[in-house]
Design a protein around this ligand. Structure first.
Ligand code: ADP
Length: 497
C-alpha cells in the first residue's frame, strides 16, 4: 500500500525463482500500519455498503475488461515472481475473468431481498436480506498469487465488503498489480488493499481485526487460523492441502487419460492444491498406460519461459530441495523412478517431472503432500480397490477419474472429495465456478465459487412482520384452545404447506 510505505522500517525481498535474483524490495508493514489500513477500510466500506449493487457490478465488469486487456503485462509479473510457465500464469487471468463475469451477473439476484415462509401462514410476512460483513481478510499463498487474492476478493467486494489482503512474501507483486487495476476500474480507495509483510505481524493483525477470514495455504496454518477465527467468532473459509487421487478404470480411454495425467499432475509444475499426486490404475491397462505416460512426460519441454514451455521453475531452490527430499526418501525405501528427477541447469529451482512406481506405504510421499512435479502410480486389481485407496487419506480436496462416462459417474459418487473430475484432471470442476469448490476432511472448511462463495461474505438478516394476530395467539383466546388450533393447523400444514 503506497500511502504507508514510507513509515515501514523492515523490508521483504522478492526473488525471481528462475534466476535467483532479487527483483524488488517491499515494506514489511508494522502492526500499527495494518491497524491504520483497517480503519481506512472500515470508513470506505460504510460508503460502499450504501452503493447500489448495480454500481458495484459495473466496477467489477470494468475490472474484467481491464484484466483481459492487460493480460500480457500481468502474466509477465506473475511469471517474474513465481517462475511458472506462461500457460499456468494465463490460467490465473482466466480464473479472475471467469469469476468476475460469473459473480457480476449473479450478484444482483443473490443479494436482493428474498421471500421465506413465515412462522404463521399468511399472518407472518418474512423476508431475508444479505448485508455485508465489514472488512474481509484474505491470506494468500504463493502458487496462484493473482487468483487467490483477486478472485477471492471479487465476491466479497460485490457483497459490499472491504477487503484486506496479505499476499505471500514471495509473491506480492501480482497482488499489488491487482490493486492498481482495481483502482483503475473505479473501485474506491481503501476497499481492496494489499498489505505486504510477515505472517506473524501483518498476517496475525489481519486475523485479529477482520470480520471474516478467507485463507488458502497449508493445513497446518489453516488449523491455527481456524482456531483463532473460532475464538473471535468470525466466519472462516479455508482451502488447504490435498493428496489428490486419480483412478484409471479398466474402460478408460488411455490416450485421453495420459493427456489428463499431464494436465492434472504437472500444471504449474504440480504446485497446485488440486494437483494429482497418486494414480491408481486398473491392472488390465496398467502397462499400456504407464508406458505411454512416461513417453509423454519425457516429451515435456522444460524452461524457456514462453508459451512453448510445459514445465517452469518451482517457487524456490529450497522448495525444489524439499520436493527432492520426498523423492529420495521414497527411492531409499524401495520406490522406482521411471522418469525425471534431474535438476536441469536452467536455474536454481527447476525439476524434471517425476513418475514413480512401487512407492512403499512408509515413504513420506505416500500420504503427505509433495506440492511439486511428482506423481506415483499404483496398480490395483479392480476399481473398488482403487476407490478404497483413493479415500484412504486425511485429505479430500480433488479427485480425477478416467473411465467410460457411465462408470465414471458411478465411481465419482463414492469419492470423498470436494471436487471430482471425470475424464479431466482438475480443470473441469475448478472451472465450473457456478458449483462449490473446497475440501472435505483436512482439506478445508467452507467453499469458494457457487452461490455460497458470495453469500459466505454476507450476514443474513431475517425480517418478519406479524400481521393481525400475534404469534402467541389472538386476544382473548385461552392457551389450551390456542394449542388445539395450532395442532389442527400443524396437521393440515403437513399435508398442504
Ligand atoms: P506454505 O506452507 O505454502 O508457505 P502457509 O500456510 O504457511 O503455506 O502460508 C500461506 C499464507 O499464510 C502465506 O501468506 C503465509 O505468510 C501466511 N501465514 C502463515 N502462517 C501464518 C500465521 N500464523 N498467521 C497469519 N498468516 C500466516
Amino acid at each position: 500500500m503506497t500511502t504507508i510505505d514510507e513509515r515501514s522500517t523492515d523490508t521483504i525481498a522478492v526473488e525471481n525463482p528462475r534466476t535467483g535474483q532479487i527483483i524488488a524490495h517491499l515494506p514489511a508493514l508494522s502492526r500499527q500500519q495494518v491497524m491504520d489500513a483497517f480503519a481506512h477500510a472500515r470508513r470506505a466500506q460504510r460508503q460502499w455498503a450504501r452503493t447500489p449493487v448495480e454500481q458495484r457490478v459495473k466496477i467489477v465488469m470494468r475490472l474484467h475488461d481491464l484484466v483481459l486487456a492487460k493480460q500480457a503485462e500481468i502474466v509477465d509479473i506473475i511469471q517474474s515472481e513465481t517462475g511458472k510457465n506462461r500457460a499456468s500464469a494465463f490460467d490465473e487471468i482466466l480464473d479472475v475473468v471467469v469469476t468476475a463475469r460469473h459473480y457480476g451477473k449473479k450478484a444482483p439476484k443473490l443479494l436482493s431481498r428474498s421471500r421465506a415462509k413465515g412462522a404463521l401462514p399468511v399472518l407472518t410476512k418474512t423476508r431475508v436480506d444479505h448485508a455485508p460483513i465489514g472488512v474481509v481478510g484474505i491470506i494468500a499463498p504463493w502458487n496462484y498469487p493473482l487468483t487467490l487474492t483477486l478472485s477471492d476478493a471479487i465476491p466479497a467486494l460485490l457483497a459490499g465488503n472491504a477487503v484486506i489482503v496479505k499476499p505471500d512474501p514471495k509473491t506480492p507483486l501480482s497482488a499489488i498489480e491487482s490493486e492498481k487495476i482495481a483502482r483503475e476500474a473505479g473501485l474506491p480507495e481503501g476497499l481492496y488493499t494489499i498489505l505486504t509483510g510477515h505472517a506473524d505481524v501483518v498476517g496475525q493483525t489481519i486475523v485479529h481485526n477482520s470480520d471474516y477470514l478467507m485463507f488458502t495455504g497449508s493445513t497446518k496454518t489453516g488449523r491455527i487460523l481456524g482456531t483463532q477465527a473460532g475464538e473471535r467468532l468470525i466466519g472462516y473459509s479455508a482451502e488447504l492441502g490435498g493428496k489428490n487421487p486419480m483412478i484409471i478404470a479398466r474402460d478408460a480411454d488411455i490416450d485421453r487419460a495420459v493427456r489428463g495425467t499431464i494436465d492434472g499432475c504437472f500444471s504449474n509444475s504440480g504446485q497446485l492444491c488440486v494437483s494429482v499426486e497418486r494414480i491408481f490404475v486398473h491392472r488390465a491397462v496398467a502397462q499400456r498406460y504407464t508406458e505411454k505416460l512416461v513417453q509423454a512426460v519425457e516429451a515435456l519441454t522444460i524452461g524457456g519461459g514462453g508459451w512453448e514451455e510445459n514445465i517452469g521453475s518451482l517457487i524456490s531452490a529450497e522448495h525444489a530441495d524439499r520436493v527432492m527430499d520426498f523423492v529420495d526418501d521414497a527411492v531409499r525405501k524401495g520406490a522406482r523412478m521411471l522418469t525425471g528427477g534431474r535438476r536441469p541447469d536452467l536455474g536454481p529451482a527447476f525439476v524434471a517431472p517425476i513418475v514413480l512406481v512401487d512407492v512403499p506405504e512408509d515413504a513420506h510421499m505416500y500420504r503427505e503432500e509433495v506440492f511439486g512435479p511428482v506423481v506415483y502410480i499404483e496398480t490395483v486389481d479392480d476399481e473398488d480397490q482403487a476407490l478404497a485407496k483413493a479415500n484412504d487419506s486425511e485429505y479430500g480436496l480433488n479427485a480425477s477419474i478416467f473411465a467410460s462416462p457411465r462408470r465414471g459417474w458411478e465411481l465419482a459418487q463414492q469419492v470423498e472429495a470436494g471436487t471430482v473430475n471425470i475424464n479431466e484432471g482438475f480443470a473441469a470442476a475448478f472451472g465450473s465456478v457456478d458449483a462449490p469448490m473446497g475440501g472435505w476432511k483436512s482439506s478445508g472448511l467452507g467453499r469458494r465459487h457457487s452461490d455460497y462463495g458470495l453469500l459466505k461474505y454476507t450476514q443474513a438478516r431475517t425480517i418478519a412482520q406479524q400481521r393481525l394476530v400475534p404469534v402467541s395467539g389472538p386476544k382473548g383466546m385461552d392457551k389450551h384452545t390456542y394449542a388445539q388450533v395450532l395442532s389442527t393447523v400443524l396437521r393440515w400444514g403437513k399435508r398442504v404447506l
